[in-house]
Design a protein around this ligand. Structure first.
Ligand code: SF4
Length: 179
């Protein structure tokens, strides 16, 4: 799932990390971010309407069929339906919804439930946002997975992101330069 997140930020990151094996070392700043994330997950689960649903945190998910694995921040299981939840320290973006849809596909496969909706939590910003229509994003998720496989197996360097402001905070800028 981290590859989908990276791809949605910039497809080229997957090339640096998976093909050239660059990056991926946890810095003190990233460690601090993980602690902040754990607090935010706790806060978010107090905001979602539980309606007697079972709640799970840090849910490990895997699909050999899709070639995906990931750890979901939170999951509400309500009978034959489930609602994934992800925390984001960012401003709301479409890429967050696509990533949530990918988690939804993993949840369906791992738990045998249906996922149409979920939640994104933006601490200190937009707060808890209910996301509908996750099923409609499945085609986009499958297209991204196909692209990812093409980059990794074909060792193909994708074009740089069109949003060059992302390059300024990218850990691969020194080798990539965004060109
Ligand atoms: S520097 Fe820019 S183009 Fe290169 S990987 Fe990072 S975000 Fe993508």
């Amino acid at each position: 799932m981290s590859e989908i997140r990276q791809y949605l930020y910039c497809p080229r990151i997957v090339y640096w990390r998976r093909v050239l094996k660059m990056g991926g070392v946890e810095t003190p700043l990233m460690r601090k971010g993980r602690e902040r994330q754990a607090r935010a997950i706790r806060d978010s689960l107090q905001l979602v309407p539980l309606r007697g649903c079972r709640v799970e945190r840090d849910v490990d998910l895997h699909s050999g069929r899709l070639g995906l694995r990931g750890r979901l921040d939170g999951l509400l299981i309500c009978g034959d339906r489930a609602y994934p939840l992800e925390v984001k320290f960012a401003t709301p973006a479409r890429s967050h919804r696509v990533q949530l849809a990918a988690y939804g596909m993993l949840v369906e496969e791992n738990f045998g439930v249906r996922v149409d909706e979920g939640y994104l939590y933006y601490p200190g910003g937009a707060g808890l946002v209910r996301v509908e229509g996750l099923g409609r994003m499945r085609g986009e998720v499958l297209r991204i997975i196909k692209d990812l496989k093409g980059i990794i197996k074909g060792e193909y360097l994708p074009p740089p992101t069109r949003n060059r402001s992302k390059c300024r905070v990218c850990e691969h800028f020194s080798v990539c330069r965004g060109v």
